[in-house]
Design a binder for this molecule. Structure first.
Ligand code: ZN
Length: 499
């Protein structure tokens, strides 16, 4: 077998095990009985060990070298380009996995699994000192990982690379600074406009079955294929790919407010549309895999926000929602629309609106860089967090549970992950603006409850490319320019008539 085919076969073999592991994880979050947890952890850890061994075996390095010396020829130029991209991405994965010594991998896995419980308890008690030693340990292991992976100027970049290939802190910093500088002065106006309606007006009784059916109807209308996916219920909503033609969405239900499960569904269905738009024939290879978290998040936010919080969307769907939930007939469309777009600074990131959300990320981006570089000592984290939070949001932080202990990411060792959320927001606005200017008819189509043109544009410009281009290249190819905060700001201003 030639070395390319050997890599292809290995890659697909690993994908089979990974997809079986994804199914086990999905089941764990949805239907698994509580007592099955310990054995499930055993199943998942054995699968992870197996795929790690298969992916880092010495023969993989030999095949890669052979392909890099001379890629087996094909007559088809497109096939050759895909092979080149696959080899480049297999190399990237192989290097990231093999540069870490086994001792570090094991210690990191053990530490983060223990620190997860320590963090959960510390958050319940709102006691940062109980979590501080864990964070100290995680940071020290994370710095060690970054040194193994290598970087050119800044250690944080080695971590960021794991979530957003090609992104550099030095490139993100001015984009985020521009966003913050222009967003902060807008907030009082957005808060005033959207705060005109009492949020209690939407509260009512929204039976689970009716919510679920409406969510499914809307997810199907935007293009999610239920012959190749499904929606279930969970505590923390997510979307996962089980295999080619099998994508699972989850959402959670608030029986007093149907918009919560619906916006969760729109968000996860956006992830699902990306997954379903990948080339199924390339499943198990880089060309058939999503490229980064920031791009994945651009697709979820696009459908959740640009589409799902727009006037056009609700002008079409609100009458249907009123049919399903007749009590909504007492709430006029315009007031309902303001409620689903309510902007209000708050302490908790995951409950934030689409405008203030980014300020939560900017805070974390600043702080985690300082933690990684050592400029901020772990013991000084709560004070630094609270001071900066107050500066940015104008609110004081009442306790650590609503401050630096609120997120699970650092406890899980996910340092360098946060910026991908705001990248998602900025990408989504820039992509939506490019799609709309490329095809003005698309906007009319959306007002009529038709989404095929917008989805088709995303399929063409983003989904089908898999990992062929780095995220910054992909955005530039799709929109004609590098990522800028302007589109997101214009989107917000346009929405409320502020420009
Ligand atoms: Zn998401």
């Amino acid at each position: 077998m030639n070395p390319y085919d050997a890599l292809l076969q290995r890659s697909r073999e690993i994908a089979v095990y990974n997809s079986a592991a994804s199914l086990l994880s999905w089941d764990q979050e949805t239907y698994m009985p509580p007592k099955a947890g310990a054995y499930r952890a055993e199943q998942l850890s054995q699968m992870a060990g197996l795929t790690h061994r298969l992916g880092t075996a010495p023969e993989v390095g030999d095949w890669l070298k052979a392909c890099e010396d001379k890629l087996p020829a094909t007559a088809d130029a497109e096939e050759s380009a895909m092979r080149e991209a696959n080899v480049r991405e297999w190399r990237r994965d192989y290097d990231r996995a093999t540069k870490l010594p086994a001792r570090l991998v094991e210690e990191f896995a053990r530490t983060t699994s223990l620190s997860r419980d320590a963090w959960a308890q510390a958050r319940r008690d709102s006691s940062f000192p109980a979590f501080a030693p864990w964070l100290e340990k995680i940071l020290s292991l994370t710095r060690e990982q970054a040194e193994c992976w290598g970087y050119s100027t800044c250690r944080y970049d080695a971590l960021l690379e794991g979530y957003e290939p090609g992104a550099r802190a030095a490139d993100l910093t001015p984009v985020f600074a521009d966003l913050q500088k222009q967003l902060s002065p807008l907030l009082p106006a957005l808060e005033k406009i959207t705060g005109a309606v009492d949020p209690a007006r939407i509260e009512g009784e929204y039976p689970f079955d009716l919510q679920r059916a409406l969510n499914q109807e809307i997810a199907q209308a935007i293009g999610f294929d239920f012959e190749a996916g499904r929606i279930d219920t969970t505590v923390h909503p997510f979307c996962t790919e089980i295999g080619a033609h099998d994508c699972r969405l989850t959402t959670r239900y608030d029986l007093k407010d149907f918009t919560s499960s619906l916006s969760g569904t729109m968000h996860e269905a956006g992830h699902g549309l990306y997954t379903q738009g990948l080339d199924a024939a390339q499943f198990g290879t880089p060309m058939g895999t999503f490229v980064s978290l920031g791009i994945h998040e651009s697709q979820s936010r696009l459908w959740e926000n640009q589409v799902g919080r727009s006037r056009a969307f609700w002008a079409h769907w609100y009458p249907r929602a009123q049919e399903v939930f007749p009590a909504l007939k007492a709430l006029p469309l315009e007031e309902f629309w303001l409620l689903v777009n309510r902007v209000k600074p708050s302490h908790i990131r995951v409950e934030a609106d689409e405008a203030t959300y980014n300020l939560h990320i900017i805070l974390r981006f600043e702080i985690e860089q300082k933690l990684v570089s050592g400029d901020l000592a772990v013991n000084d984290l709560p004070a630094a967090w609270n001071a900066r939070f107050e500066q940015i949001f104008g609110l004081s932080v009442p306790d650590d549970a609503r401050g630096c202990l609120q997120d699970t990411h650092w406890a899980l060792g996910l340092i360098g992950y946060f910026p991908t959320y705001t990248l998602g927001n900025l990408n989504s606005a820039q992509l939506y603006a490019a799609a709309a200017s490329h095809d003005p008819a698309m906007v009319n189509e959306l007002a009529g409850g038709q989404y095929g043109r917008l989805l088709g544009w995303m399929r063409e410009k983003i989904h089908r490319h898999g990992r062929r281009y780095s995220p910054p290249e992909l955005i530039e190819r799709a929109t004609g320019e590098p990522l800028r905060a302007t589109y997101f700001l214009d989107y917000l201003k346009g929405k409320y008539g502020l420009n």
